[in-house]
Design a protein around this ligand. Structure first.
Ligand SMILES: Nc1ncnc2c1ncn2[C@@H]1O[C@H](COP(=O)(O)OP(=O)(O)OP(=O)(O)O)[C@@H](O)[C@H]1O
Ligand SMILES: [Mg+2]
Length: 450
């Protein structure tokens, strides 16, 4: 069992303003620990997931079983670099260097200065797209921002934490920007990889999906035979074989042409490589936090993201069987995967096989409405951030969590200004239901990274 710090709970759950106490979540090593986080937009789901990733990364590593953590990132958050720049200017006006060093740490403050100077020099808009999971960038914001309920403490200070960067390996597919610029935006401990799928990674069905190959066609049957049954996963060789069975002298057959078209796509598309050692799957690591960058940095269609996700899940199952190490998938905006057959396959696979292999799913979404019940039913724990997005969601959760109705109580604002104030207070807080059996109020642990 590995214990992670979840945040701060109420020592006496019946008292709203009583003493506070640290809350720990036990994660089991021999079964899955699926967690679903729900909450309206802007209340901190992504932020809190970052905190959980850090806990998992350090607690498991301390216990001597570094897990593979694979984060699926969907968005960049352009407000973060802007806030960092603002904070830098405000703090340099108000604090002496010595004080700034003491507050943020000397290394971090110097880095911040360097970062802001570079951003302000940047006239070509190379920078500014910081990922939702900039795990390699210290959380300046959390150190600077005061708690809504206690202005003497910062968000991070409240949890006894300070800003820190974590090592991250970011996988970008068909990169839209220079890799160095992506790395710069995501912090000094970020490594960026131009990620490719190797031909041998791709089962025939994947190629068929990507090229819209008709199922009942002759070219499909022939290609499947060469690619999957003879296991010849090399476009050049495939074309030689397909060519050798041509019989007519009056030019290539339609079948050959279709196969040629498919193979040419594999050869010319920068997403693919013939070099198996260069497959991004071989670069997934348990020494750093892996981030699949599906934000604007990668030029991918949604169905391609789902295919990549499926490949990674298949690969993770093999790794989990072979090396017996835990795997954590962190999937933000999980509803996006459910509309695609491969995405759905991947989530279902983690939910089902995860239990025996210790492959865990930590996911977040605003919606329970369009969320298949399987995810909520399959989750060991459910967290709520801020507020729920709709009343139907409350009803859904009441059915799943026996004590939900007794414990969970969302304040309703009486006026616009009250609503604004409330929103600030509710951010990064909510409820956590342990094993969907015991639910309590919690202030979630803040992330040390941005
Ligand atoms: N440590 C921090 N201190 C203050 N603000 C922060 C901190 N970390 C993140 N924020 C800001 O809080 C806002 C909400 O956080 P977050 O993105 O985690 O919400 P979310 O629930 O994931 O929302 P969405 O559903 O829209 O993705 C963001 O604009 C983010 O920039
Ligand atoms: Mg988010």
């Amino acid at each position: 069992m590995v214990r992670i710090n979840l945040g701060i709970g109420r020592a006496d759950p019946t008292k709203r303003f009583g003493e506070r106490t640290k809350r720990i979540l036990d994660l089991k090593n021999d079964e899955a620990n699926h967690i679903t986080l729900l909450g309206k937009s802007g209340y901190g789901k992504t932020t809190i997931m970052r905190g959980m990733i850090e806990e998992i990364y350090s607690s498991y590593s301390d216990a001597g079983i570094p897990p593979i953590i694979i984060v699926i990132e969907r968005k960049v958050d352009t407000s973060k670099p802007k806030k960092v720049v603002e904070i830098y200017h405000e703090e340099s006006e108000n604090l002496s260097s010595a004080k700034a060093y003491r507050k943020y740490g000397e290394g971090i403050w110097n880095y911040l200065e360097h970062y802001v100077k570079e951003i302000e020099k940047d006239k070509e808009l190379k920078y500014g797209l910081m990922g939702d999971f900039a795990i390699g960038f210290p959380n300046i914001l959390g150190k600077y921002t005061k708690m809504a309920s206690d202005e003497t403490k910062s968000l991070l200070g409240r949890h006894g934490l300070s800003p820190a960067a974590y090592p991250a390996r970011r996988f970008v597919f068909r990169p839209r920007r220079d890799l160095e610029n992506i790395a710069f935006d995501n912090g000094p401990l970020t490594e960026v990889i131009n990620s490719k799928l190797a031909y041998p990674d791709l089962a025939f069905e994947i190629i068929a999906d990507m090229n819209n190959l008709g199922e009942q066609t002759r070219y499909s049957a022939i290609l499947k035979n060469i690619w999957d049954i003879s296991k010849i996963r090399d476009p050049k060789e495939v074309l030689l074989i397909a060519g050798s069975s041509e019989t007519s002298n009056s030019g290539p057959s339609q079948t050959y042409l279709r196969i040629e078209e498919t193979m040419n796509r594999l050869k010319t598309d920068v997403l693919f490589t013939g070099d198996i050692d260069n497959s991004f799957l071989t670069k997934l690591t348990n020494k750093k936090i892996n981030i699949l960058d599906f934000s604007q940095n990668s030029e991918l269609e949604t169905y391609e993201e789902c295919l990549i996700f499926k490949l990674v899940v298949q690969n993770a199952i093999n790794v989990a069987i072979k090396y017996r190490i835990p795997v954590f998938f962190v999937v933000d905006e999980v509803q996006n995967f459910m509309k695609d057959k491969n995405g759905k396959w991947a989530i279902d696979k983690i939910l089902r096989e995860g239990r025996s292999l210790c492959i865990n799913l930590i996911c977040a979404t605003q919606y329970t409405d369009n969320l298949p019940k399987d995810i909520l039913i399959g989750s060991s724990h459910i967290g709520i951030m801020g507020k729920l997005a709709s009343n139907t969601d409350t009803k859904t959760l009441e059915k799943l969590i026996p004590d939900f109705r007794d414990v969970v109580d969302f304040d309703e604002p009486g006026s616009l200004s009250e609503w604004e104030n409330m929103k600030r207070k509710l951010r990064f807080r909510g409820y956590f239901s342990y094993n969907k059996d015991y639910t309590e109020h919690i202030e979630y642990r803040q992330p040390q990274s941005l």
